[in-house]
Every structure is written in structure tokens, then in C-alpha cells.
Design a protein around this ligand. Structure first.
Ligand code: NAD
Length: 312
């Protein structure tokens, strides 16, 4: 098979490439705005990467020729950046997705698996989040993901491009960037502890999140690609944990005795989040393969090796 991975040099995209590279032809399209060349360093033959943008429709029309499926992850993946620059987020996340769908249609690609986000649920308090709940997008990022889901549905209905939108909750794992201002909490906790600094928590630490290990996210992408199902599915672990407990768990695995320090809650942070994953289980055969501790252990190991300068 020939697969395209947009955003394949990024955190999640590079794990998808890793999973499919051995048995398929893979082409990555990435503008390397947050993706990194080093995320691709382990891939040998069978994988080619194109430095280009999903906003470039002629490029997509060229590269998508003969492709069997598109894993579409290319995006400005940050709520904060979208608040600072809504136009850039709109162009990449929404116009970019429309371009991916148009090129898929015109090149006869059978399936597009789109990386959406739980951000579309906003702060409506009902838990767990189910796909049929009313979305409450609270940022340009969430609007772009929700509108892109609608485009995916429309392209399935109107043009026969089969699409699946996967609403990720908090994905974590090796290669997640701990250094950006907008980095996720798990790589931040781990790198602070590796540097003998206490985990930093914004607010009282009682806020809850649903963390899902990146390899489970890869698996559901592959299931979605192979399945005849279309539509929108949550991708989380189906369980939540508060940040105080999470910080203690990570410190215990790392055998470090450092309690969290607290700063003022950030505006716009939601209080609680947890997914209902029954729809993905039923339609796609999604199963959680990694417990939180297993995922944390693999992630901590990776960051520890990185710190000691060992190439992975
Ligand atoms: P990431 O920033 O590591 O990956 C995004 C990739 O897209 C990067 O490699 C970036 O260079 C690339 N990109 C950006 N603009 C592009 C453009 N115009 N053309 C081509 N490539 C472009 O982020 P990630 O965490 O790996 O996220 C992957 C996808 O999953 C994104 O669509 C994101 O919105 C979504 N998502 C992630 C999470 C999470 O917890 N990490 C949660 C919900 C949704």
C-alpha cells in the first residue's frame, strides 16, 4: 500500500510512520513548523519526506497520485497559538484539511483518517464526553477541528472519500516536545524531574485529564484506515486522573522524591475531561493496549536515554 502522512515529522505522525514504514510505501508531507527532522532519523528506505505545506493544493494533487490512504495529522496543534493567530490556524487546520480532502477526491484516494481533538467539547461539564454531545468550541483551534470534521463528513457523503475523524484526548509518549511553551504536562513533569526540579502545576492540581499512550493512538489510526467505518470517534483511555496523582505516579516510577509546586491557574484551562470510547471500540475494534503506568514507563525511559545523550 502507499500511504501519505501529513504532519509525519511531528510527535504522533512519526509514530504512525514508524508503525507502517516496514510494510508499506510512505510519503510524509510536513512543513517542519513544529515537526523535527530527528523524528525521522530512524526511517530507512520506503519512507520519503517532502518539505511542503498542506496549504499547497497543487503539491497535494501531485503527491497523492496512486495513494491508498491519507493519515492527516498536519496542523498547528496548539490552542494558545490559535488564540494569538486565528488566521494561521484557520489556513493550516481548516483550509489545509479541505485541500487534503479535495486532493484525495481528485486522486481517487479511498480513505482519509483525520486527527481531530477533544478540544471541540469545550467546558460543558457533562462527563464522560460522547461523540453525540453538542460541541462547544472555545478557541479558533477547536473551531478549526470541528469545521474540519464537518468537511470530512461531507466528503464521505458527497464524493465517496471515506473519512474517519478521531477526537484525541491527551496523547503522550516518546518524542513529545517538552520545551515548547505549549508543551503537554507529562513530558514537562518528566523533564523537570530528570533535572531535579519539582513538577509545576497550574491551579490546585485537582483538575482531571484523560491520557492515552501514543501507541494506542497509532493502533486506532490503523484500525480506522482498514475499517469500512466512517464518522467521528473519541480516542482516549476512557479513564481520568488528576494532575496531583499523575505527578506522584511519575515521581514514584522515576524514584524521585519531589512534590509539585503550584502556580496560578491558567485562564481557559478546562476543569475535567474524560472520554467515552465505546463507539470506537464497537465500530473500529479499538482496545487500550497500554495502561497509564506502562505508557509512563516507556516515556520516562525514552526521556532518560535522551538526557544521557543516547540516540534513539
Ligand atoms: P505536532 O506539532 O508534533 O505535529 C503536527 C505536525 O504538523 C508537525 O510535524 C508540523 O510541522 C506539521 N505541520 C504544521 N503545519 C503544517 C502544514 N501547513 N503543512 C504540513 N505540515 C504541517 O503535534 P502532535 O501532537 O503530533 O499532533 C498531531 C495531530 O493530532 C494534530 O492534528 C493535532 O491537532 C492532533 N491532536 C493532538 C493531540 C495531542 O495530545 N498531542 C490532541 C488532540 C489532537
Amino acid at each position: 500500500m502507499k500511504y501519505i502522512v501529513t504532519g509525519g515529522a511531528g510527535f504522533i505522525g512519526s509514530h504512525i510512520v514508524e508503525a507502517i514504514a516496514e510494510s508499506h510505501e510512505v510519503i510524509i508531507i510536513d512543513n517542519f513548523s513544529s515537526g523535527k527532522q530527528e523524528n525521522l532519523s530512524m526511517f530507512a528506505e520506503g519512507v520519503s519526506s517532502i518539505r511542503g505545506s498542506i496549504t499547497d493544493l497543487p503539491l497535494l494533487n501531485d503527491v497523492f497520485q496512486g495513494a491508498d490512504g491519507i493519515f492527516h495529522l498536519g496542523a498547528i496543534a496548539s490552542v494558545a497559538r490559535s488564540v494569538n493567530n486565528p488566521v494561521a490556524t484557520h489556513e493550516t487546520n481548516l483550509t489545509g484539511t479541505l485541500n487534503v480532502l479535495l486532493a484525495a477526491r481528485d486522486c481517487g484516494v479511498k480513505k482519509v483518517v483525520f486527527s481531530s481533538s477533544s478540544a471541540i467539547y469545550g467546558d460543558e461539564p457533562t462527563l464522560p464526553k460522547r461523540e453525540d454531545m453538542q460541541p462547544v468550541p472555545l478557541s479558533p483551534y477547536a473551531v478549526s477541528k470541528l469545521a474540519a470534521e464537518y468537511y470530512c463528513n461531507v466528503f464521505s457523503e458527497l464524493y465517496g472519500v471515506k473519512t474517519v475523524s478521531l477526537r484525541y484526548f491527551n496523547v503522550f509518549g516518546p518524542r513529545q516536545d517538552p520545551h515548547s511553551e505549549y508543551a503537554a504536562v507529562i513530558p514537562k513533569f518528566i523533564t523537570r524531574l530528570l533535572n531535579n526540579k519539582p513538577p509545576l502545576i497550574f491551579g490546585d492540581g485537582k483538575q482531571t485529564r484523560d491520557f492515552v499512550y501514543v501507541k494506542d493512538v497509532v493502533r486506532v489510526n490503523l484500525l480506522a484506515m482498514d475499517s469500512s467505518a466512517t464518522g467521528i470517534y473519541n480516542v482516549g483511555s476512557g479513564q481520568s486522573i488528576d494532575l496531583n496523582t499523575l505527578a506522584r505516579r511519575i515521581a514514584a516510577i522515576m524514584k524521585v522524591n519531589l512534590s509539585p509546586v503550584y502556580e496560578k491557574q491558567r485562564s481557559g484551562d478546562i476543569r475535567d475531561s474524560v472520554s467515552d470510547i465505546r463507539a470506537a471500540k464497537k465500530a473500529l475494534g479499538y482496545q487500550i493496549g497500554y495502561s497509564l503506568d506502562q505508557g509512563l514507563e516507556e516515556t520516562i525511559k525514552w526521556f532518560s536515554l535522551l538526557k544521557s545523550g543516547i540516540k534513539m
